[in-house]
Each structure stands twice: as structure tokens, then as C-alpha cells.
Design a protein around this ligand. Structure first.
Ligand SMILES: Cc1cc2nc3c(=O)[nH]c(=O)nc-3n(C[C@H](O)[C@H](O)[C@H](O)COP(=O)(O)O)c2cc1C
Length: 241
């Protein structure tokens, strides 16, 4: 197996025969804030993928690193445009083409894995910038008779969120706006199956990443990626209902 790095995107290539290509292959789209070697969220994400690979080769993944990407500005006139209209300026058409390009991996994948630190109780500006660019009517949501409706169906999301403090319990529980915001936004896009891995307490005395990597939440994330019947998959939700 070898890896090819193109810009921010890493594709796994395996020798012919080793990777069982086909309809059963899941696609995981990883979006990292950073892939710096000391990044806790990145290291935890890499460990999840490594363990999932040890279980099965019935998935492929791509990885985009927001910190390394040059994102265009978010402009109000880009939000509602569709490039097909002849009346659109070249600037607007180019902006729309870029938005479609940036959205492509997520739209085509089965599982979204977002890997990020908590910054000032919320998400880093890199991810917010990306979300503000791609969250477009016709791509991620539409409107029906009941109002906004997410277009992302049969997908699951895994959030690997690292924080200096510990927010899963009181007194800080209500301060974690990163998880709350991402769950809300994912729900808006149509994804309700969301699993959170907390790489937390990194600023606390005695923190060791190794201990977090032994947490059952890491195993569950591995399970979601490596299982053919991950929770968001079509049919499973119907079966569970
Ligand atoms: C700009 C900035 C803001 C931060 N804000 C918070 C915060 O609100 N709460 C918290 O617990 N940690 C905060 N931290 C600490 C990071 O969340 C923590 O170091 C995390 O483990 C970094 O993850 P990473 O190594 O994946 O980047 C902040 C760090 C930075 C650089």
C-alpha cells in the first residue's frame, strides 16, 4: 500500500487485488483543522483510521486539511448564485465552481469525520469559513413544504474534538458550543447520526493522549468506519425505526 499526497487530499492506493473495490466500499471524508504532528485531534483521527484499516479494507478515505487550504472569501452574492445563468459574472461563476469543488468530497462520501480543536468554546475559524462557503441551497439543503430540508441522506458523522478542558460534565458542559454547533449544522444538512470522540483535558495536569486512545469512544469510531452497517446507512435507520 502507498500514499499519494495531492495538495491537501490524500488517497489511499492499494495494490490491485488487495483493495476490494465495489459498491460495498464506503468512502470516508476526513476534514482536519490541522495535521500538525503535535495536533491531538489529528493524532486521534489517524489512530482511528489505522485501527479501522487493520480491521477491513472495505473503505477508502480522502483527507483535507483546512489549515493548508486557501479558501476564497465568503460573499453574500456567492451564497445564492447558481453558475448556470448567463447573466452571472465570471467572478460569480468561478466562485460557484470553487464552492462545488470544495463540497464534492463531502457530498460523495458515506461518513464525514471532522477533526478539530475547540477554540474559544466554538469551532476554529478555518472550519467555520469552510462551512460558510459550502452550505448552499441545492448542495446541502433545499426547501420543501415544511421549510428547510437537508439533502445529505444516509450518512454518518464522527466528530473528533480536542479541548484543553473537560466539557462532557458539569460545570463546563454548557460551554461546549463546538459540539452543539456542529450537531446543529449537520442536522440542518440532514445528518442525524453523529458520534463524538472527545480528546479532552489536554491542558490538565497528567494528560496523556495514550489514555484517550484507549477510551471506548475510539473503538466505537473504528467500528462505525469499519462496519458495513454503520448507523446512518440506508435501510439501517428504517430497520431501527
Ligand atoms: C486559539 C485557541 C483557543 C482555545 N480555546 C479553548 C477553549 O475555549 N477551551 C478549551 O478547553 N481549550 C481551548 N484551547 C485549547 C485547545 O482546545 C487544546 O489545546 C486542544 O487540545 C488543541 O487540539 P489540537 O492539538 O488538535 O489542535 C484553545 C487553543 C487555542 C490555540
Amino acid at each position: 500500500m502507498f500514499y499519494i499526497c495531492m495538495c491537501n487530499i490524500v488517497f489511499i492506493h492499494q495494490p490491485k487485488g488487495e483493495l476490494q473495490m465495489g459498491a460495498n466500499n464506503k468512502v470516508i471524508s476526513i476534514l482536519k483543522h490541522s495535521d500538525h504532528e503535535n495536533s491531538f485531534s489529528s493524532q486521534a483521527t489517524d489512530e482511528i483510521i489505522k485501527r479501522a484499516q487493520a480491521r477491513t479494507n472495505l473503505f477508502e478515505y480522502n483527507c483535507n486539511v483546512l489549515e493548508n487550504m486557501v479558501l476564497p472569501p465568503v460573499r453574500d452574492e456567492y451564497i445564492t448564485i447558481k453558475s448556470s445563468g448567463d447573466s452571472k459574472s465570471d467572478d460569480e461563476k468561478n466562485a460557484w465552481a470553487k464552492i462545488v469543488e470544495l463540497s464534492d468530497n463531502l457530498i460523495k462520501s458515506d461518513i464525514w469525520l471532522f477533526s478539530l480543536p475547540m477554540w474559544n468554546f466554538g469551532i476554529p475559524y478555518t472550519l467555520k469559513h469552510y462551512i460558510d462557503l459550502i452550505t448552499q441551497q441545492g448542495l446541502f439543503f433545499t426547501y420543501d413544504e415544511n421549510g428547510p430540508a437537508g439533502l445529505m441522506k444516509n450518512k454518518s458523522a464522527i466528530l473528533v474534538i480536542s479541548s484543553g478542558g473537560i466539557y462532557k460534565e458539569e460545570p463546563l458542559k454548557n460551554y461546549d458550543l463546538s459540539t452543539a454547533y456542529l450537531k446543529l449544522w449537520l442536522g440542518f444538512c440532514g445528518i442525524s447520526d453523529i458520534f463524538v470522540v472527545r480528546v479532552d483535558g489536554t491542558a490538565m495536569p497528567g494528560f496523556e493522549l495514550e489514555a484517550i486512545l484507549q477510551d471506548p469512544s475510539i473503538d466505537r469510531a473504528v467500528e462505525i468506519i469499519s462496519s458495513q452497517n454503520y448507523p446512518g446507512k440506508a435501510g439501517d435507520q428504517a430497520a431501527a425505526a
